[in-house]
Ligand binder design. Structure first.
Ligand code: FAD
Length: 836
């Protein structure tokens, strides 16, 4: 059997090797019009950026290896010019000697790939405008960069190749403008997921021009080029990379009369045979079945091309195998971020008319208590009735690849969200959590399907508000200082049961927290109390905040001077928020360092506050945290507390902020959003009457939050609340019988408190503690310790102690004993006075 193969890279080389392994006697000729076969297309941007230092590393297999190991007749610099399907022959041009000749075949495999799209725009043929597909393209860009040392690059197209090029060019020191016609980069993921990518690109200094198209290119006499865009002024550049997609290279097939689709891709059956059964086609040139919807179209990716090469070879030697379709699993590194997707996005499903539901979660890459855990955002899309997984998207820093691969496998095996719940995945603290993010995605989606947790999406907020929904924010008060949904009412989840009267029963209720977990608890509390129109905002405030800020940034469009909203935002983010004016020379005050890695909001902010209390005005604190929300939170916190954020950003595996302690004596610069430190009547008092665990936690979270905002806080413990302050040890104190009995019946200290509701014989309290620990929320004991460090006055009511027979030595250290007068005196200085 004589087999000819057209194209010697991903699909073609794979088919040739498989054929030889299956048939030692076949005559195999591989034609490649370029100089190289089997090179690493996917590595090209990284070679340009010097991440891959040696050019040879790109050449995965050489023609010599193919000849020696597989006895394949490799003919590089040979282009197949035409096919005669009836005569089973092809016409070939040999670029080495300029001659043309014919070659016959029994079977022909076409793997000619795709060509970069180059629309007929004015100036597109300029030598300063490049596309990237092959090694010569790479050499051309690399040569140009070496020779001309460009300072400014415009990348057109926000797909995988455009993003990889933007990263590599920027890291070579160029200013990069990225122009994308769509309102988002990476159209394989949905809009809110792309918002995380936009944010990261802007942080890194890429000037994003979304919703904007390129209109033409004009070379300038000084060697630069002006890129005309549809909105805003032209973008000056020294180098342009065009990466707006590829078109299947189906010329040969079309001219040979083979069937070609309207999208220009070669039509094949599941055995990868074209409309002529002796001609097979594969890779970027063909139309494939979408594995999820069954719709046909080109999906140009390396994995499918390689697999199809193998399948075509199998079928040629008589091993019947069908290609099952492509689900588009893809992953890309965008600076520090990893973005991955598999299956279909909402956009594709909507256009295909497929019903779907989706959830968003923000789990950690591994156990939060083990160093280096970083959050990721997972979007899971599934059939609303059966839970069959239709698509998944992940944006994160670490562990994204393995999560997307598990989800891709689940899709391939027809898995449902319920199957995800049962997956037993490798766990030890450095790698994952006992419930892996994919298990969690399954649980959350399962709760949606079985009705335990009705959800709304970020896009529903406006319409729900217009429909009169009550928007309930169940985060801790300190978190609301870093932003909240307009019109939301803040009732921390721990207080919800005691404040149900504030939540209307006759209106829809949209509940949210930071990421969706506490809101889930709140949804359950409300549902169990007879609320019937309650929904959890999927992905929580983190998703809502990211997408709304991004929509605002994109909406503002490019500035008249041609620079994108991105660069401005980046610059603004790095500006100090208040005037930098240390009250003492910096040299006299040592810089302090705080490592808040592994803690989730509001943990890092609480730690910053605690540390700054002991610092002098003007002194500098360098903080490291792994919570990516920290950069934004610290900025809001500083502006409200009169401290100065000198710098913030990301280094290696953590976020950092440099904060200078503010000086009440310094004036904030005009226009600054900074507030002066707390005025005298901004103190807070809290009467802690309850000895329930949840209420005690809520009290201390509020108290610590207020203290973190610089307010003076007094907590007055009376009656059952005194139990919070009791020592856990059983002290041998002589007491009258009644006092002894009282003491024995009441919980001794914070660790023995019970939940006010759903206590379930103490299991509820244990559960809450476990959940808090898993989520890195401080325990009640830690909150009490922080309160003491923050200088919060803990006052035990003398009268209640007498009544309940509690002696001063039974209380923990640092507690004052006071009468109602000391409470009232504090209350008079306060503008908030809570009774819990
Ligand atoms: P190709 O690998 O392009 O091979 C086609 C070959 O056929 C070409 O070398 C061409 O010269 C030759 N040819 C065409 N016509 C003729 C003819 N008439 N005669 C002789 N030879 C001919 N995919 C991923 O999955 N992940 C990634 O990270 C990724 N990154 C990429 C980065 C870049 C910069 C590029 C360009 C592509 C990337 N891809 C990636 C896509 C992936 O490389 C392609 O999907 C894959 O190479 C397609 O394989 P193929 O065999 O169809 O075509």
């Amino acid at each position: 059997m004589k087999v000819l193969i057209v194209g010697g890279v991903a699909g073609g080389a794979s088919a040739a090797a498989r054929l030889r392994r299956l048939d030692e006697n076949a005559e195999i000729i591989l034609f490649e019009r370029g100089e190289h076969i089997s090179f690493a297309n996917c590595g090209l941007p990284y070679y340009i950026g010097d991440v891959i230092a040696e050019r040879e590393k790109l050449l995965v297999t050489t023609p010599d290896t193919m000849r020696e190991r597989f006895r394949v007749d490799v003919r590089t610099l040979h282009e197949v010019m035409s096919i005669d399907p009836k005569g089973h022959r092809v016409r070939v041009r040999n670029y080495q000697d300029g001659q043309e000749y014919e070659e016959t075949y029994d079977k022909l495999i076409l793997s000619p790939g795709a060509n970069p799209i180059k629309p007929p725009l004015p100036g597109i043929e300029s030598g300063r405008v490049f596309t990237l597909r092959s090694i010569p393209d790479t050499d051309a860009i690399k040569g140009y960069v070496t020779e001309h040392r460009p300072q400014r690059a415009v990348v057109v197209g926000g797909g995988f190749i455009g993003l990889e090029m933007a990263e590599n060019l920027l890291q070579m020191g160029m200013q990069v403008d990225l122009v994308e016609l769509a309102p988002q980069v990476m159209t394989t993921i949905d809009r809110e997921m792309a918002a995380f990518v936009h944010e990261h690109l802007r942080e890194k200094g890429v000037n994003l021009h979304l919703n904007n198209g390129v209109a033409g290119f004009t070379e300038q006499p000084d060697g630069s080029i002006l890129v005309a865009v549809n909105q805003g002024g032209p973008l000056p550049a020294d180098l342009v990379v065009l990466a707006i997609g590829v078109r299947p290279d189906s010329r040969l097939a079309r001219e040979a009369g083979l069937q070609v689709s309207s999208s220009g891709a070669i039509v094949v059956n599941r055995r990868l045979q074209t409309s002529h059964p002796d001609i097979y086609a594969l890779g970027d040139a063909i139309e494939v079945e979408d594995f999820v919807t069954g719709r046909r179209g080109p999906i140009p990716l390396a994995g499918p091309a390689n697999k199809q090469g193998r399948i075509a070879a199998n079928n040629i030697v008589g091993i019947e195998e069908e290609y099952q379709g492509t689900q588009g699993t893809a992953i890309v590194k965008v600076f520090d971020l990893v973005v991955a997707s598999t299956g279909n996005s909402e956009r594709i499903l909507r256009s295909a008319g497929v019903p779907f539901e989706s959830i968003i979660i923000h789990p950690g890459s591994h156990a939060g208590y083990y160093p280096g855990a970083l959050p990721m955002t997972i979007k899971l899309i599934f059939a609303p009735d059966t839970g069959k997984i239709l698509g998944a998207q992940i944006v994160g820093y670490d562990g994204v690849d393995k999560r997307i691969d598990v989800l891709a496998t689940a899709i391939r095996f027809g898995g449902t969200v319920f199957d995800l719940q049962g997956l037993e995945l490798a766990y030890a603290p450095p790698f994952s959590s006992a419930k892996d993010p994919n298990n969690m995605a399954g649980y959350v989606a399962g709760n949606v399907i079985n009705g335990h947790m009705p959800i709304a999406h970020w896009g529903d907020v406006e319409s729900m508000r217009n429909d009169g929904a009550f928007i309930l924010d169940v985060r801790d008060p300190i978190e609301t200082e870093m932003g909240a949904i307009d019109g939301a009412v803040n009732i921390p989840v721990a207080e919800l049961r005691s404040r149900l009267s504030e939540v209307p029963k006759d209106r829809p209720v949209l509940v949210y927290c930071a990421v969706g977990l506490r809101a889930y608890v709140a949804v359950r509390v409300l549902s169990n109390h007879g609320y019937t129109q309650v929904k959890n905002l999927s992905g929580g405030f983190k998703t809502y905040d990211t997408i709304t800020r991004d929509l605002a940034a994109v909406g503002s469009g490019p500035s008249p001077d041609g620079s994108g909203g991105g660069s401005k935002e980046t610059a603004a983010a790095l500006e100090p928020l208040t005037e930098v004016g240390p009250s003492a020379p910096a040299a006299e005050q040592p810089e302090l360092v705080l490592d808040a890695c592994g803690l989730q909001c509001p943990g890092p902010i609480m730690q910053v506050f605690g540390k700054m209390k002991s610092m002098n005005p003007g002194q500098i604190l360098r903080v490291k945290a792994t919570d990516p929300g920290f950069a934004r939170d610290i900025s809001a916190w500083c502006s409200r507390t009169g401290n100065n954020l000198l710098d913030s950003g990301r280094e290696k595996d953590a976020f950092y902020a440099v904060v200078q302690k503010g000086d009440p004596g310094l004036k904030a610069i005009s226009g600054s959003t900074a507030k002066a430190p707390a005025a005298a009547n901004e103190d807070k008092t809290i009467v802690v009457f309850s000895g329930d665990l949840d209420k005690a936690i809520a009290s201390f979270i509020i108290a610590n939050g207020a203290a973190a905002m610089g307010r003076k806080v007094t907590m007055f413990f009376t009656f059952w609340g005194l139990n919070v302050l009791r020592r856990p040890e059983n002290l041998a104190i002589k007491k009258p019988l009644l006092d002894k009995m009282f003491g024995a019946m009441m919980p001794r200290g914070s660790s023995r408190l019970q939940l006010s509701k759903m206590n379930m014989g103490g299991i509820g309290a244990k559960l809450i503690r476990k959940v808090m620990q898993d989520k890195n929320v401080d325990s009640l004991e830690a909150l009490i310790g922080q309160a003491k460090l923050a200088g919060i006055r803990l006052v035990a009511c003398q009268m209640s102690m007498d009544v309940m027979g509690i002696r001063p030595e039974e209380l923990i250290d640092g507690v004052e004993i006071g009468g109602v007068a000391s409470y009232l005196a504090a209350a008079e200085e306060s503008n908030v006075n809570l009774f819990i």
